[in-house]
Ligand binder design. Structure first.
Ligand SMILES: [Zn+2]
Length: 141
């Protein structure tokens, strides 16, 4: 989990982490991309851009919250691919050992699970290759 650090607004200027004490915030149902805390929103940014802040101070202006969510999604998907591919490899290793020991039903079960994990990893890789986040600035930029 990252410590709150200085973020930038859509216009490149610095964004206050905590925000003014008297700032009017509305809670959202969105989780902070950094800590998963609840985000609140204020229209304090330039040109009325919404600014999202969590309780510990992570802050996102304009569409930076979307970019952060897209980054998190990509990381989670690659983590899924990594886990599935490792799972497949581990099943192949243990299946080979079981086969060498003459435990064919166990070897078969490991081989089937390895194939399933490989197939799932392939599906997720395909999903990642077709996932296209929107690359756009604010219409007033
Ligand atoms: Zn946070």
């Amino acid at each position: 989990m990252k410590r709150p650090t200085s973020r930038t607004k859509s216009d490149g200027s610095a964004l206050s982490e905590a925000g003014p004490e008297n700032e009017k915030r509305a809670l959202t149902h969105f989780g902070c991309p950094d800590c998963n805390g609840v985000l609140s929103v204020v229209d304090a940014g330039p040109k009325g851009y919404p600014v999202f802040r969590c309780r510990v101070g992570h802050a996102y202006a304009g569409d930076s919250v979307i970019r952060a969510k897209e980054d998190r999604l990509e990381g989670l998907l690659w983590g899924l691919v990594e886990t599935l591919e490792e799972l497949a490899e581990l099943h192949r290793i243990l299946g080979d050992r079981a086969g060498e020991a003459g435990a064919d039903p166990i070897a078969l079960a490991y081989a089937e699970r390895a194939a399933q994990a490989d197939a799932h990893a392939k599906v997720v890789r395909e999903l990642i290759s077709h996932d296209r986040p929107v690359v756009a600035g604010h219409p007033e930029d």
